[in-house]
Write a protein that binds this ligand. Sequence first.
Ligand code: ISE
Length: 335
Amino acid sequence: MTIRIGVIGAGTIGQEHIRRLSTKLSGASITAVADPNDARAQAIAQGLPGCVVADAHDLIGLDCVDAVVIASWAETHAEYVLACIDSRKPVFCEKPLATTQDDCTRILDAEVNAGRRLVQVGFMRRYDPDFVELRGVVEAGDLGAPLLMYCAHRMGSVPDGYTTRQVINDAIVHEIDTARWLFGDEIESVQVLPSRQNPNSSGDLLDPLVTILKNNSGVLIVVEASANGRYGYDITGEVVAQSGRVSLASRASVEIHRFVRSERAMPADWRIRFEQAYDVELQHWLYELNQGQPLSGPSTWDGLAAAAVTDALHSAVETATAVNVSLPAKPALYA
Ligand code: ISE
């Protein structure tokens, strides 16, 4: 069976997903595209047999759309996810699920009322082989109790006008979900420590930004987020445990030796670094839809728990103090 997919948002990640869904993954066809830039949507649709262009809300209701991929601006996610739930159409929503805990709560209430999981959130690191291996070592327990984690989320550059709010909602949200997934524990409180500012950055952008997350077991997760490092896309993670430490493998693809120097290439951006993770997460989603199996990927609850932490981080930026994270009881649908 082929799942007919409507894609909302044909920007960078939307085009990436259209490419992988239409040329790489099995069990899907792209039947509709929606984007505020109509010319862009038309150009993309022309390259996809039988694909139509529609307004986002119309796309969700089309008979030729069985499931929806949301890759639009984060501020639009809640509106479109709610419309998919209302139409009882499965939806893969790029992270963040929504930009506030309140909006995630509205989504959670609607999905619980629908009585089944319809939403998967694009926390793709859970499908990245390096992160999966890191989690395997932590879960095996040979190193003893995890005590600390150090993460760096270093981007080579961000667009002009990029803000601290976006760093938290768009970038650090990955470390938040990784910490929850890795340790199987919720985040209890957060702190934010701006460092000396990078002259490459300007405006409302704290760069680099250090955040300290503390989970219910007392593990501290220290996250450095850098926006304009200029040297490449550099994602690191190291867990310090009772009797050892384990860190993510370096993702250098090649080593270049010349002029009495040796260099290691590194990813230029997230599309290259996480290509395989994006492929696997979407293929896993398609497989479960095709098999009629309950969704087992990152859920609305995971999106809400991450938004509770990002809300707390926004507060911590303002107050320069530790801020507690508050979560409701987890509904049985997400047990
Ligand atoms: C992008 O949307 C991603 O999800 C990347 O993983 C992250 O590094 C980047 O900051 C986001 O803009």
